[in-house]
Design a binder for this molecule. Structure first.
Ligand SMILES: CC(C)(COP(=O)(O)OP(=O)(O)OC[C@H]1O[C@@H](n2cnc3c(N)ncnc32)[C@H](O)[C@@H]1OP(=O)(O)O)[C@@H](O)C(=O)NCCC(=O)NCCS
Length: 193
């Protein structure tokens, strides 16, 4: 297992942190994550299969790590606000997923900032060359976020392998395109062990 990492970025008077949780942090956060995963506005946009229990959340995080995925809990000024991960990492590529949990925290630039941090990690630290996202076709909110990050529609066979069936669109983002568009993030996001 790789050592757990912490990504930090202080931006616009807020302190953003993405922490790779150990089993005890997952256990402490599991009830909050369960409630966010199960909330209809999140569940309907994610590829989960029905209502999750606290144990399901713990199992999801255990499996993600066992499969070589890199998952992070997201904090703003020390408060847990959601999670993000890179999964199915292989051949220089991965799938990206993100959730900002509390309804009151959405639309305030948190998703955008945390997503940028995870992409710095993917491209600068892991040296991946391309990241894929398979949003549902009706996920209008994520469309603006993906455009901000630099994603473009990609219907290649390689991209469609990341789709969750015909209801998903597939987008991808190359390392150079991200780096050119997000120079401040590339420079300023810090990684600590
Ligand atoms: C998608 C999600 C991660 C966005 O996070 P967020 O913190 O709300 O987004 P941000 O505030 O950083 O905004 C990012 C973009 O989304 C747009 N956006 C935010 N709130 C919106 C809303 N209510 N309606 C439409 N667009 C919205 C913003 O306009 C922004 O784009 P812009 O800068 O071009 O205006 C979050 O809404 C979420 O967790 N949704 C449920 C899970 C999910 O859909 N995950 C992605 C699966 S692929």
């Amino acid at each position: 297992m790789p050592p757990s990492l912490r990504l930090t970025w202080d931006r616009e008077d807020r302190s953003f942190e993405a922490v790779e949780p150990d089993a005890s942090l997952v256990a402490r956060s599991a009830e909050q994550l369960r409630d966010w995963y199960n909330a209809s506005e999140n569940a309907s946009m994610m590829d989960g299969s029905g209502e999750m229990s606290r144990g399901d959340v713990i199992e999801f995080w255990r499996e993600l790590r066992a499969a070589g995925g890199r998952g992070f809990l997201a904090f703003v000024d020390g408060r847990l606000v959601g999670d993000a991960d890179l999964r199915r990492i292989h051949d220089g590529a991965a799938e990206f997923a993100l959730m900002i949990g509390p309804a009151a925290e959405k639309g305030r630039g948190i998703g955008r900032t945390l997503a940028s941090m995870i992409h710095v990690f993917a491209f600068r630290e892991l040296a991946l060359t391309r990241v894929f996202v398979p949003p549902r076709r009706d996920n209008h909110r994520v469309r603006a976020l993906n455009a901000y990050l630099g994603y473009e529609l990609d219907e290649s066979e390689r991209a469609r392998a990341f789709a969750d069936g015909p209801d998903s669109e597939t987008y991808s983002l190359a390392a150079e395109a991200f780096r050119a568009k997000h120079r401040a993030a590339w420079r300023e996001v810090e990684v600590r062990r």
